[in-house]
Design a protein around this ligand. Structure first.
Ligand SMILES: Nc1ncnc2c1ncn2[C@@H]1O[C@H](COP(=O)(O)OP(=O)(O)OP(=O)(O)O)[C@@H](O)[C@H]1O
Ligand SMILES: [Mg+2]
Length: 241
């Protein structure tokens, strides 16, 4: 929310990321402040997932620089990034199919980088009562919506300062989507920052403070939601909607 010149929570400068010889990200600049909610939009295949993967060390950039709270983090591996209070909710959810819901949750539990521990089992089950009814179910016995709830709950169990969500509501039934947006709003209200990728611009814009649009591995637009809301021609130009 803040527009101060405080040190960003996470900042990426000039990221160039490749898959083998394919040059995918071509100088991505992006930053997010503590407590901010930011979207990353763009058509299919433009590099949204690759950007998120680069930020958390899953597909490290070949060039460019990433800092977390002003500290160089470009070469950290994913575990080290997570320990800095950054949680990732990947598109494929990535829950453990042969562990129970309870085990999936408890194995993720940790205090945040500043020792914060307000998110624990009780608190996540309050946010996701459905998971409370499924504690002994195995990960692979859950519906798509329950899997997504479990993945977000697991991210919260790490007491993060930032949650990165790839395709937050993709493939989910309409009512479950609404539930996920309610949860994302709640997360925002607790002061946790989010970077969200989703195809539902109408759901994203009212929640997000700022938005980035990427096209062929470059940021072609970034601005406040109000500007995007008031300029539907920008949607057409960059998003084709
Ligand atoms: N593992 C990979 N190996 C080679 N190329 C890849 C790989 N993953 C993605 N790509 C390519 O990188 C480009 C960017 O893909 P990315 O998944 O980041 O896009 P995206 O914006 O997330 O798309 P979508 O909206 O479909 O999720 C695409 O051209 C894609 O084909
Ligand atoms: Mg993607």
């Amino acid at each position: 929310m803040s527009t101060s010149s405080a040190t960003p929570l996470l900042q990426a400068e000039g990221l160039h990321t490749y898959y083998g010889d394919s040059h995918i990200l071509r100088g991505i600049d992006l930053s997010i402040e503590a407590g901010e909610t930011v979207s990353l939009m763009g058509r299919n295949g433009m590099g949204k997932t690759t950007t998120l993967r680069s930020l958390i060390g899953l597909t490290p950039p070949r060039r460019g620089r990433i800092t977390i709270r002003g500290k160089e983090s470009t070469r950290l591996n994913t575990h080290q990034v997570i320990r800095q209070g950054i949680a990732f909710v990947p598109e494929d959810r990535g829950i453990f199919p042969n562990l129970s819901v309870l085990e999936n949750l408890t194995m993720a539990a940790r205090t945040g980088p500043d020792g914060r521990d307000e998110w624990n089992l009780d608190r996540v089950l309050e946010l996701f009562p459905r998971l409370g009814q499924r504690l002994t179910n195995m990960g692979n016995q859950l519906s798509g919506g329950e899997q997504q709830m479990l993945t977000i709950a697991r991210a919260l169990m790490t007491n993060p300062d930032l949650i990165i969500l790839d395709e937050a509501t993709e493939g989910l039934a309409p009512l479950i989507r609404l539930e996920i947006w309610v949860v994302i709003r709640h997360i925002k209200s607790t002061g946790i920052a989010s970077i969200i990728v989703d195809k539902d611009i109408n759901a994203l814009l009212p929640i997000c403070d700022r938005n980035y649009i990427i096209n062929k591995g470059e940021v072609v637009y970034h601005g406040r939601s109000r500007e995007l809301l008031e300029n539907p021609e920008l949607h057409k130009q960059y998003l084709g909607v």
